[in-house]
Design a protein around this ligand. Structure first.
Ligand code: 6CS
Ligand code: FE
Length: 298
């Protein structure tokens, strides 16, 4: 397992002037096949394309309890009123609920499940902690899009994440079809960092989680990336999962179909990449978006 001291200089200056494309430094996969359940072919795929898919990560019983918990949370008026719950602007439906790994025993359990944590540790090559978790609802007819972005660009600028040594796990809680707003990834895009123009407004998260502004790349760069990398549309059955590098360029379309597209999304960060002060924001975001608890998962 490789260990690197967290960088004190800003290796990925973004939102500090003109947009530019930088090479991503460091490894994408830090562990080895011998370190966990992912074999060499899967690790090589992840290193090259920036993601991996797992057809069935959770059992049918686990899936049912996750789906029941999703319904329970979305119907709870206290949850709806909580600042960690993001409401769609137009439909007023619940868009996302953050920090579910702390507020829900069902989601805490899966976030700490060894079959999940071992995969994150293997990719990141170290102990890991949870930087962020959320459930996305993308309800039928009303679910809105997530425009193209790199999560790491936001986590670097606004949460102080030094390097892209973090991995996101998305577990599908409903079937993801080509037509109900599945995750789309530009395969290979994780190896370049798009430094965005513009500056981070005060309290940016109060609007960015409904519709991201700062940190979204310009259309010319996105067009060039799409031409060069293409777009993979990640369909999959409920219970399946995707793990993707923190710097993948990704998006998802709106959902005009009757079939909701819900997932739980958990971000594991290497304890050797613990967040420091934001690199390009007036102040850190609340802990429910970027955890300050960097203690390693058991
Ligand atoms: O700002 C964030 O942390 C969140 N925003 C998006 C669109 N994806 C990653 C993350 O959940
Ligand atoms: Fe994202």
């Amino acid at each position: 397992m490789t260990t690197t001291a967290p960088s004190l200089t800003d290796l990925y200056p973004t939102r500090q002037g003109a947009a530019q494309v930088l090479r991503r430094g460091g490894d994408v996969v830090h562990g080895r096949a011998a370190d966990g359940p992912l074999d060499q072919a899967v690790l090589t795929h992840f290193a090259e394309r920036g993601y991996l898919t797992i057809d069935q990560l959770v059992t049918p019983d686990e899936l049912r309890s996750l789906q029941d918990e999703l319904r329970r949370l979305s119907a709870d008026p206290e949850v709806r009123a909580d600042e960690r719950t993001i409401i769609e602007a137009k439909s007023q439906e619940v868009r996302s609920i953050f920090e579910v790994h702390r507020t829900s025993e069902v989601f805490r359990r899966i976030a700490h499940d060894p079959k999940v944590v071992q995969r994150a540790r293997q990719i990141l090559g170290s102990d890991v902690y949870i930087h962020q978790s959320r459930v996305n609802f993308k309800p039928g007819f009303e679910g809105k899009e997530f425009s193209w972005h790199s999560d790491f660009e936001t986590w670097h600028a606004e949460d102080g994440m030094p390097e892209p040594r973090a991995v996101s796990l998305s577990i599908s809680l409903t079937d993801n079809y080509s037509f109900n707003g599945p995750l789309m990834i530009m395969p290979g895009s994780h190896r370049e960092f798009i430094a965005c123009a513009g500056a981070t407004p005060d309290d940016n998260y109060k609007t960015s989680l409904v519709m991201q502004g700062a940190g979204t790349p310009d259309r010319e760069t996105l067009t060039e990336f799409a031409d060069r990398y293409g777009i993979d549309v990640l369909e999959g059955r409920a219970g399946g999962a995707i793990m993707f590098d923190s710097n993948c360029m990704h998006a998802s379309n709106g959902n005009v179909t009757p079939f909701s597209r819900s997932n739980i999304f958990i971000v594991y960060n290497s304890v050797e990449n613990a967040c420091v002060e934001p690199y390009a924001a007036p102040s850190p975001r609340p802990a429910f978006l970027g955890s300050r608890d960097h203690s390693p998962l058991g």
